[in-house]
Design a protein around this ligand. Sequence first.
Ligand SMILES: CC(C)(COP(=O)(O)OP(=O)(O)OC[C@H]1O[C@@H](n2cnc3c(N)ncnc32)[C@H](O)[C@@H]1OP(=O)(O)O)[C@@H](O)C(=O)NCCC(=O)NCCS
Length: 145
Amino acid sequence: MQVRECSEQDALSLWAAIPEFAESADSAKQKCAERLPGRKPVFLAAFDGNAPAGFAIAYERDNDNSLYVWMTGVLPGYRRKGALTALMNHVEEYARKQGHAKLKIRTRNERREMLSFLVAEGYDVLSVEARANTKDSRINLEKTF
Ligand SMILES: CC(C)(COP(=O)(O)OP(=O)(O)OC[C@H]1O[C@@H](n2cnc3c(N)ncnc32)[C@H](O)[C@@H]1OP(=O)(O)O)[C@@H](O)C(=O)NCCC(=O)NCCS
């Protein structure tokens, strides 16, 4: 897997193709327009050969020395081939170069593959935001370099 910076549009196309997110490219674009201006976003895509396999979007959410990984996903046909690992390694390298000292991420109880990755990679759980349906509860994690 190769990871490169990509355009916002390329990241949005991948986002819209991840079934779990059930998001249209237009709606994803709207979310980006609401959230990203002025926050130094970075758009990354993972490639298996020439084929796009996954994406990540990170930005400076908090006024501290962290980078927030907002969205990431891998197309079903490319999972378990190291795409997320490659994306997150690249995000971490990018964050270090930008002078950040940690990555933050927020995920849901139901995203077990993501949680497995984050626990295996040494992320700490900071807090849990409870939702009526426990599977929807949000989990905030961070990794300090
Ligand atoms: C979570 C997701 C991005 C993982 O992508 P991936 O490219 O398959 O992940 P990788 O191949 O890099 O796997 C890295 C590690 O994650 C964990 N992991 C990934 N998929 C897993 C699964 N199905 N079961 C258990 N652990 C899993 C493992 O620790 C794995 O390491 P290993 O293969 O050495 O055991 C992908 O499943 C996905 O897009 N899911 C839907 C969207 C989503 O949940 N996005 C995250 C929202 S915050």
